[in-house]
Design a protein around this ligand. Structure first.
Ligand code: NAP
Length: 251
């Protein structure tokens, strides 16, 4: 049997990179998927690919009202919700993100997209997933949450917030016996538009050479880890962090 047979999921940032790879995995494994992205055309393009049922929805994950609409639309269209992947994110301005140069405005912009959105997604989806009999929330953090990242101070702090929030959500859901697991995934350096935009060609090569497994991560490498945590194969795993980085952190 397919690994997500009968499941209904939302993937934010599903129009690009890791999110798009996750959508493809989910559809292949029998899930019905809502592809939620601020870039509606990109989400539509992924939805138009062959595979199981999928619809594109536009959302700015910073907006609480938009989350309420997204979850209600998902329940109405597909009859429930079992999986939420909080994947949409930004790295922010790479040129001036050390603690001295990072502006308060940029700090808040990164925190809104990378941390607040995960809070809003969990808050809105928990009752819906509980109504459907339980499920799984997967929050996409980063190895930047686990190691000092002076050149990415805002991003690292925002992603560390995702890690801590994940544990609070996991324990809350366990204590309330909602049947909802919540885990974080920590990608290393992944070959996506975000990575290309963030670093120069020389810096990309330097960082790739430093990966113990000797290559850059591909979106599918991360999507396979997300699929595992979303599926019932991970039924006894909650509050965990899954590092998918080719051996950079080894924690
Ligand atoms: P990506 O290719 O840039 O995809 C991110 C998607 O999220 C894009 O479609 C983007 O739309 C969308 N998005 C951005 N802001 C949004 C908002 N406010 N509301 C809704 N959608 C929004 O990035 P990726 O590399 O796949 O990253 C996916 C996740 O993995 C992120 O959380 C990222 O922090 C994390 N991560 C990535 C790496 C890496 O090396 N790539 C490493 C560690 C962690 P636009 O393109 O229009 O902005």
């Amino acid at each position: 049997m397919a690994r997500l047979q009968g499941k209904i999921g939302i993937v934010t940032g599903g129009g690009s990179g890791i999110g798009a790879a996750t959508v493809r995995r989910f559809r292949r494994e029998g899930a019905r998927v809502v592809i939620a992205d601020v870039d509606f055309a990109a989400a539509q393009a992924v939805a138009a690919e062959p595979g199981g049922p999928a619809v594109a929805e536009v959302i700015d994950v910073r907006e609480e009202a938009a989350w309420q609409t997204l979850v209600a639309t998902t329940e109405r269209r597909f009859g429930g919700l079992h999986i939420l992947v909080n994947n949409a994110g930004i790295v922010g301005d790479m040129a001036s993100q050390d603690p001295e140069r990072l502006s308060l405005e940029e700090w808040r912009r990164i925190a809104a997209v990378d941390t607040e959105s995960v809070f809003l997604g969990c808050k809105t989806a928990i009752p819906a997933i509980a109504r459907s009999g339980g499920g799984s929330i997967v929050n996409i953090s980063s190895i930047a949450a686990l190691r000092p990242t002076p050149a990415l101070a805002g991003y690292g702090a925002a992603k560390a917030g995702v890690r801590q929030l994940t544990q609070s959500v996991a324990l809350h859901c366990a204590q309330k016996k909602l049947g909802i697991r919540c885990n974080s995934v920590h990608p290393g350096i992944v070959n996506t538009p975000m990575f290309e935009a963030a670093f120069s060609a020389e810096e990309r090569m330097r960082r790739t050479e430093a990966v113990p497994l000797g290559r850059l991560g591909e979106p599918d490498d991360i999507a396979d880890a997300i699929l595992f945590l979303a599926s019932d194969e991970a039924r006894y795993i909650t509050g965990a962090k899954l590092i998918v980085d080719g051996g950079i952190v080894m924690d």
